[in-house]
Every structure is written in structure tokens, then in C-alpha cells.
Design a binder for this molecule. Structure first.
Ligand code: HEC
Length: 191
């Protein structure tokens, strides 16, 4: 009994500190109920959750579908997933006038490739884009270009497989990549 009373004051202090710690932990955990993780600026949704949420609500994601998949597979390595390209190396497709203008021009670029000095947004490019005419069908090229013309803030009409067929026919036998000068000479495709 004597021992117990000797340690009693310390025991009280220890117990007090322990209770305070437990209370602190409880309070900090409780905050989790009031502060949703989404409100935290550093919080990012787990991968795939956005698509799941959209699938659940039946909402269509803007950048989905066959055109987006084909873009990711064949074009994004150079022009980047965000369509911004690499300054001075690969021109941006986001905001590109050429891409959103007369469809015959971007179609011919995809079919035959593209080379020569060009100026875009104050930057010079002098690269070589490889041709895709033997790799992609008219349908696939139409899907990719329709995707690009309506993504990243772009808003131009869809490209149809018939338009791609017209340009294939028009430029048949061509073995060199297009130049900007060649593009300007192309006949417009009928809509
Ligand atoms: C190997 C890298 C590479 C790949 C892959 C590539 N491009 Fe390009 N692309 C370029 C380069 C380089 C240019 C500019 C050529 C030049 O400098 O004359 C260009 C230019 C363009 C332009 C013209 C943009 C403008 O404003 O002048 C379009 C449209 C385009 N590409 C579409 C595509 C599409 C569609 C695909 C996929 C099917 C694709 N590119 C794949 C490298 C690439």
C-alpha cells in the first residue's frame, strides 16, 4: 500500500498525459469526417475513378472513343497527350489553324507525312513527320482527325472517311512528305 501511494501522483500524471493524447488523436481523426479529401488541394482522385464516375452517370468523357485511342497510340509520342507538342520540335495541334482549316490539308499530312520549315506561334519547326497512309485506314484517319479537331479547345467539323478517300485518290502515287507549299495547292474536299 505504501508503494502504491508513493507512485500515485506519477500514475495520475501519466494517465493524464495518456488521456490527453488519446483525445488529440480522436479530434484529429474526427476532422476527417468534416474535411472531405476532395477539398484538399493536394488530393488527386485515384486513377480510373473519373471514368468510373462518368460511366456511372452515363456522362461521355470528351477525350474518349476510337479517335482518342488511336491518337494516344500513333500521334501522342510527338504531339503529346495534351496536344501541345514540344516547342521547336513538334508543333502544337491544340489551336492549330492548319489542323482546323480545310480538311484536305491535315488529311494529306497524315497520309504522306509533313516536312519543311514552318512557323507556328512564333517558333520555327523544321522536322519530319512520318507518313501513316499505309498504316491507317480511311476510317481510322477520319477518327483521329475528328478527335484532334474537337479536343484541347479545338472546334472544327468532323472529318469523314469519304474525305480521306478523296485525298488518297487526289495524292495517289506520292512518295514524298507534304510541304506547306504542297498543302496550299490541294483541292478542297467536298463536305
Ligand atoms: C515522329 C513524330 C510525329 C508523329 C508520330 C506525328 N507527328 Fe504530326 N508532326 C510532326 C512534325 C515534326 C510536324 C511538323 C513538320 C515540319 O516541321 O514541317 C508535324 C505536323 C503535324 C500537323 C500540322 C500542324 C500545323 O499546325 O502545322 C498535323 C495536323 C499533324 N502533325 C498531325 C499528326 C497526326 C494526326 C499524327 C498521328 C497520326 C501525327 N501528327 C503524328 C511529328 C510527328
Amino acid at each position: 500500500m505504501a508503494n502504491e501511494s508513493k507512485f500515485y501522483p506519477y500514475a495520475r500524471i501519466v494517465a493524464g498525459v495518456a488521456i490527453a493524447a488519446v483525445l488529440l488523436i480522436l479530434i484529429s481523426n474526427l476532422q476527417g469526417f468534416f474535411v472531405r479529401p476532395e477539398d484538399d488541394p493536394e488530393w488527386t482522385p485515384p486513377p480510373g475513378s473519373e471514368q468510373l464516375a462518368q460511366a456511372a452517370t452515363g456522362e461521355q468523357q470528351v477525350a474518349s472513343g476510337p479517335g482518342a485511342d488511336l491518337y494516344a497510340k500513333h500521334c501522342a509520342t510527338c504531339h503529346q497527350p495534351n496536344g501541345k507538342g514540344l516547342p521547336g520540335v513538334y508543333p502544337p495541334l491544340a489551336g492549330s489553324e492548319l489542323l482546323q482549316g480545310e480538311p484536305a490539308r491535315p488529311i494529306a499530312i497524315v497520309l504522306h507525312g509533313f516536312t519543311g520549315k514552318i512557323q507556328r506561334n512564333g517558333k520555327e519547326y523544321n522536322g519530319v513527320m512520318t507518313p501513316f497512309g499505309n498504316l491507317l485506314s480511311n476510317e481510322e484517319i477520319a477518327q483521329i482527325l475528328s478527335h484532334e479537331r474537337s479536343s484541347w479547345g479545338n472546334s472544327a467539323d468532323a472529318v469523314t472517311p469519304e474525305m480521306v478517300a478523296q485525298v488518297r485518290e487526289m495524292t495517289q502515287g506520292r512518295t514524298q512528305p507534304m510541304t506547306e507549299e504542297d498543302l496550299m495547292k490541294l483541292e478542297p474536299v467536298s463536305q
